[in-house]
Design a protein. Structure first.
Length: 248
């Protein structure tokens, strides 16, 4: 634990990690004394950690009943993905505008070159982790602290729910790979609208496996900037403006 981190914040983060990897399942009661004994901390520290985890959306605290792991139903998960879609689009557009070229070169290395580098379809947790890592990197280097924090918060909730519901097929994973590659290419060529459209498509691919019918009007045009990634064909991006200067 770092010197600048309190016991309560460390414990809250530990609980969130346990929830995300499903060691603590939705609806599970979180008893203060049990957690205090397990983590060798005081009950007041546990109480504050639970409050912090509740602020992050992973824990529910009920008067006179104590705390339990949050139980998010499918409708709420779809709403969460809708929020993530909007935020990812904005963060990707900011990254296309502001991300330094040295960071973009690192970003390119995070995206698998082809489907052969993806984990087996059955290992969905690893696939979700790759996508989350790419998104987190884009958020970290998008040039906005506020956007990064909000995006990371919603993204972690979505990652947790993806691990619970296991959306996706071999076909949609291939689509997602091409959408990720298009998004990164658009960020590199400073095309904000294309980067935003590809980011939306990444989330729409997941939502489509859970709810095939359009949920909102924007779903009908969400793939407007993404062509052919389901078949593996390349997408041509316009050259960046002649006046564009990239960081070295």
């Amino acid at each position: 634990m770092s010197r600048n981190r309190t016991t309560e914040s460390w414990l809250a983060e530990a609980l969130v990690r346990e929830i995300i990897v499903q060691r603590l399942l939705p609806g599970l009661p979180l008893r203060e004394q049990d957690l205090a004994d397990r983590y060798k901390v005081s009950r007041p520290s546990v109480r504050e950690a639970l409050r912090l985890a509740a602020q992050a959306g992973f824990v529910e605290i009920q008067p006179w009943r104590g705390a339990r792991v949050t139980n998010i139903d499918m409708d709420e998960f779809l709403d969460l993905l809708g929020l993530l879609e909007d935020m990812y689009a904005r963060v990707a557009a900011l990254a296309a505008e502001r991300m330094p070229m040295r960071a973009i070169l690192k970003l390119e290395q995070l995206v698998p070159d082809d489907a052969s580098q993806l984990p087996e379809t059955s290992k969905k947790g690893q696939i979700y982790r790759i996508s989350f890592t790419i998104g987190a990197f884009i958020g970290e280097h998008c040039g906005s602290v506020v956007a990064r924090r909000l995006f990371e918060h919603v993204g972690r909730l979505a990652l947790w729910q993806q691990r619970l519901h296991h959306p996706g097929t071999a076909e949609t994973e291939l689509e997602s790979l091409h959408a990720h590659r298009l998004m990164v290419a658009a960020i590199k060529s400073r095309q904000c609208d294309v980067a935003a459209g590809a980011a939306r498509a990444i989330i729409l691919i997941t939502r489509r496996t859970l709810h095939p019918e359009p949920i909102r009007e924007s779903d009908r045009t969400g793939f407007a900037n993404v062509r052919g990634f389901g078949t593996g064909s390349s997408t041509t991006l316009a050259s960046p403006p002649a006046t564009e200067k990239h960081d070295d």
